[in-house]
Ligand binder design. Structure first.
Ligand code: FE2
Length: 260
């Protein structure tokens, strides 16, 4: 493995919209918050090598929503990789962002494959059309299995719906409802780093040999209390995004960048 220091910024759940917020929860000033994130990314020296977005780029997913996303993120000089979330729309996302996102694969799913500086990143489309929950059907897991045969030892998997438990029964019922077991069998041959969204609260887990991380949302965040069965409610807390720093020795540091 030949690797130099590589920085991966993990964003998620931007929930950008132009006319109408599908959730009704994304604040009208979300585009300005995203501009602050872009400013922070541009202020870093060395610059991150890659930005990954683990779904819910849009809050409804019209062509105009994706045009806005593209316009806001265009100042970033580094490649951007993204998977869809349950508030995205595959057709519009591919139509507007298809030639612009890095590593996007052809076909009905919006999977991605990126090899950069000795690291492999695979983006998995876990969307079930019309449902908040996610699925990894046989076709998607077969794709993953084939890709993992060609992957570098340091591999990141990016997907909207967490395949691991979050510690909250409400969210676990709204996460990946199909394919968890086979997904785990497929990836278990070597440790992976799994980056997710959907939960709108930062969370880290050691899941068997794998590291898993959920990034918070700059649009709105939930108060997920560990061990509580209560339905999480929104709360107003500061936002931060993780910066994964892949070291030449194969280890990975995770720094948090706070946006005020
Ligand atoms: Fe979301």
């Amino acid at each position: 493995m030949s690797m130099t220091l590589m920085l991966i910024a993990h964003l998620s759940d931007l929930h950008l919209y132009t006319e109408r917020s599908e959730t009704g929860q994304a604040p009208p000033d979300i585009r300005y918050i995203v501009e602050q994130i872009v400013s922070d990314l541009l202020s870093l020296e060395p610059r991150p090598d890659l930005v990954v977005i683990s779904g819910d780029l849009a809050d409804g997913g019209t062509d105009d929503d994706y045009q806005l996303i593209r316009q806001l993120l265009t100042p970033l000089p580094m490649p951007i990789m993204a998977v869809p979330g349950n508030h995205d729309r595959r057709e519009a996302m591919r139509r507007v962002l298809g030639g612009w996102l890095v590593g996007l694969q052809e076909g009905k799913f919006l999977h991605s494959r990126v090899n950069i500086n000795g690291v492999t990143l695979l983006g998995l489309d876990s969307v079930i059309v019309g449902k908040p929950q996610g699925a990894l059907c046989r076709e998607r897991l077969n794709w993953l299995e084939g890709e993992l045969r060609k992957a570098q030892p340091l591999t990141f998997l990016v997907m909207h719906h967490p395949p691991f438990m979050t510690g909250n029964p409400h969210w676990d019922a709204y996460s990946l409802i199909e394919g968890r077991e086979r997904f785990r069998q497929i990836i278990d041959a070597s440790p992976k780093r799994i980056l997710c969204g959907h939960i709108h609260q930062p969370l880290h887990t050691q899941w068997g040999p794998h590291y898993g991380a959920i990034a918070g949302s700059p649009a709105f965040q939930y108060n997920l209390v560990p061990g509580s069965a209560a339905t999480p409610i929104e709360h107003n807390v500061s936002y931060c995004y993780p910066l994964h720093c892949c070291q030449p020795d194969g280890s990975v540091l995770v720094h948090l960048r706070h946006i005020t």
